[in-house]
Ligand binder design. Structure first.
Ligand code: AMP
Ligand code: MG
Length: 494
């Protein structure tokens, strides 16, 4: 009997022209061992978790065996890194195994990250260390549970090989799932070569795969640009509403699908401040929390530039089209951000002063180093019982700063008809209790890497899978770090 393939691959990207990628298999590793399989995601993808966890499955997830139907490749892309254009980046340590159609009919990429060198590795070794793999696993799955578009983590395997960073570290491979891995930088790759035909083929591919509604528009490429801009504006608003800092918003780390990608030096803020930066390599604060909308728009301007030859034959008309599309970013972002903040405050409908009410709170939080996540979460209790204000004011260095704002908030709440219980439920659904706090992520990674103890990693994943539920048994995971636990810097860890 013929063995049924583990993945029912249908590889549309591999059918694009040869200059879009380099075909090559992953490089085998010494001793693969599965440390985590995302069984729920496997099910959503229509995969058999038992077979994935078997020796046959783990060999595939480690890159030791090429699954039936896979057409492995490393994709070419370019990108602006910290504002500087690099005409050739590409998958330097990732191999796309292929695409499958998930249970809801969505085409998803299956990619191994850390699968060995490729023609795009430059000076890199093509590998990933266990710490950053677990970090991406934790944070990307937390983002998904928060309801934020993101790439997913299907599995993590250790390789039995050391990777050399400053010291030898255990190596690992992450299986990443994405609605696609096409980036702003993928468009830049062709545009930088004057390959308008390549840009067009990529744009047509993206329209078919992600934005089929654009195909009906009078100007399909303008429609594509509008749709990508709208999705990114919504995404960044969602980031801000949970205190997420991507950390390395280079154009090669921004997807065309609107999913969050590339969890390197990312972090969730503890104490609120718009200037917060964690990434060790972001010395200028280019990618600070509060700069993210501006940077997203800058990145989208780079995308628009690549599309100019497609937008109109007349260059000036094309520039006008691009400018109009980009001008919509600010409005789209502000609308989504204001709506998100309104939900966080438990407001049921939108009124003109709501943004100023939210900004007043944020400014008070910034001046008083109030914990971002807890401040909003504790509004759940404060909305039903003013006695609970004690727990909120305690988060502010100067508690009176909260009291003054709370008077204004309650006046606004009184303008709407809603029971306190309904209001509390609404606030609860908009404000997570649990986010992947840096000290918890570090703690889980340290145990796994330092002592091969994956229990803290597993527990953290369990807690973060239900971020909006109270989970009193895991109360510690909702707390901000003690002063000695505060993580000040995160590292790319490539
Ligand atoms: P990143 O900053 O992780 O988005 O990566 C930027 C570029 O460096 C991409 O082209 C990556 O494929 C490449 N890269 C990162 N780490 C490695 C590595 N260890 N080996 C080879 N290429 C890498
Ligand atoms: Mg990247």
């Amino acid at each position: 009997m013929q063995a049924v393939d583990l993945f029912a691959f249908d590889n549309s990207y591999a059918r694009l022209p040869d200059r879009f990628f380099a075909r090559l298999p992953p490089t085998p590793v010494a001793a693969p061992r599965l440390v985590r399989l995302n069984e729920r995601l496997a099910w959503d993808l229509g995969l058999d978790p038992q077979r994935l966890a078997s020796a046959e499955g783990v060999a595939i997830l480690a890159g030791n065996c090429v699954a039936g139907g896979s057409e492995p490749l490393a994709a070419a892309y370019a990108g602006h890194q910290f504002g500087n254009f690099v005409p050739q980046l590409g998958d330097g340590r990732a191999i796309l195994l292929g695409e499958i159609i998930d249970r809801s009919g969505v085409r998803r990429d299956i990619q191994l990250k850390g699968a060995g060198p490729t023609p795009y590795s430059r000076r890199g070794d093509g590998r990933a260390a266990l710490g950053p793999v677990l970090r991406e696993y934790i944070v990307s799955e937390a983002m998904a549970a928060l309801g934020i578009p993101t790439t997913r983590a299907l599995a993590a395997v250790t390789t039995g090989e050391a990777v050399w960073r400053e010291t030898p570290l255990p190596g690992a491979v992450l299986t990443r799932v994405a609605s696609s891995h096409i980036r702003v930088g993928t468009f830049q790759f062709f545009a930088a070569r004057g390959d308008v035909d390549g840009v067009r083929q990529l744009a047509d591919y993206v329209i078919a795969r992600h934005y089929p509604q654009a195909a009906q528009a009078a100007n399909r490429y303008r429609a594509l640009l509008d749709l990508v801009i709208a999705r990114q504006a919504g995404l960044v608003a969602q980031w801000l509403c949970v205190g997420f800092i991507h950390g390395v918003m280079n154009t090669d780390n921004m997807t065309i699908s609107g999913e969050t990608i590339d969890y390197g030096p990312c972090a969730f803020m503890d104490a609120y401040h718009p200037g917060t930066v964690y990434s060790s390599i972001d010395s200028q604060g280019r990618y600070a929390y509060g700069n993210q909308p501006r940077i997203a728009q800058w990145n989208l301007a780079r995308l628009a530039e690549t599309l100019l030859p497609l937008l109109d034959h007349d260059q000036e008309a094309a520039i006008r089209q691009a400018q109009e599309a980009l001008d919509a970013f600010a409005g789209g972002f502000e609308k989504a951000y204001a709506a998100g903040l309104g939900r966080k405050l438990g407001l049921l409908d939108a009124r003109p002063d709501d943004l100023s009410l939210a900004q007043d709170l944020l400014e008070r939080m910034a001046r008083n180093s109030a914990d971002f996540t807890l401040t909003f979460r504790r509004l759940c209790d404060a909305v039903v019982d003013e006695q609970s204000d004690a727990n909120l004011r305690a988060l502010f260095a100067e508690p009176g700063a909260y009291d003054e704002w709370a008077v204004r908030w309650r006046q606004r709440l009184a303008q709407e008809d809603a029971t306190p219980d309904a209001r509390r439920d609404a606030i609860r659904e908009a404000n997570p209790a649990f986010i992947p706090r840096n000290h918890l992520v570090e703690e889980a990674i340290a145990a796994a890497v330092g002592a091969a103890d994956f229990a803290p990693f597993e527990t953290l994943l369990t807690v973060l899978a239900k971020p909006y539920e109270d989970q009193p048994e895991f109360g510690r995971y909702a707390e901000p770090p003690r002063p000695d636990q505060v993580v000040h810097q995160t590292f790319c860890g490539t």
